[in-house]
Design a protein around this ligand. Structure first.
Ligand code: FE2
Length: 210
């Protein structure tokens, strides 16, 4: 744990009207994001003095802080992927990431079908990620912010399917929300994430040659 670090709440243009997802939803959603950042900072502060000698797997102050740390950390990180993805895009896929999706899934439609089904199945997130060893794309299902992440992968595109992301606009109709998500994807941002993931995969290869 870093002895002194406070994460900033990043600004996102949540007041902007986008297709199919209301300003109110994005504003309320942003408040939850702020909560994750603030809670992580609060946990870091409390961890400084928590009694490590009482650590155990059923209950202690230190153990619970460590348990909630990953929930809030990923809550922060995933929303920082989610908001730039849906705010300011036109939904038209492009770039090297589009070619890579076609290469790894057969076609864009085949990937989209699998990603939507992953989003319909998840309790938390559907995540398109680059697995570093194979350098292949995978759609992963994440049930909770700290349950289901596959290590040694880099997240490229994150779809939030917690009810707070769509209930105000669509009630239980999650599929319509996912359609709206697709109409807003900022593929320039997704491409940037893919280029970043590719570099990490390159470094991985340098250190872990077979
Ligand atoms: Fe969320």
């Amino acid at each position: 744990m870093p002895s002194e670090h406070k994460f900033p709440v990043k600004p996102f243009p949540v007041d902007k009207q986008i297709q199919g997802i209301s300003v109110r939803t994005n504003q309320e959603h942003y408040k939850l994001y702020q909560g994750y950042v603030n809670r992580w900072n609060e946990i870091l502060e409390k961890l400084k003095t928590a009694d490590r000698s009482k650590a155990n797997a059923t209950y202690s102050e230190f153990s619970e802080l460590k348990r909630q740390e990953t929930f809030n950390a990923n809550g922060k990180i995933l929303h920082e992927l989610f908001f730039p993805t849906i705010l300011g895009g036109d939904g038209k896929p492009k770039g090297e990431i589009l070619e890579k999706i076609k290469q790894d899934f057969g076609s864009f439609e085949a990937w989209k079908e699998d990603f939507i089904a992953t989003g319909m199945s998840a309790r938390g997130w559907a995540i398109l990620a680059l697995e570093l060893q194979s350098e292949k794309l995978f759609n992963f299902l994440v049930d909770l912010q700290n349950v289901g992440h596959v290590q040694d992968t880099v997240a490229i595109l994150a779809l939030d399917v917690f009810e707070h992301a769509y209930f105000i606009d669509y009630g239980t109709n999650r599929k319509s929300y996912i359609d709206a998500f697709f109409n807003n994807i900022n593929w320039d941002f997704v491409e940037k994430r893919y280029q970043y993931a590719k570099k990490v995969a390159q470094i991985y290869k340098e250190y872990f040659k077979e």
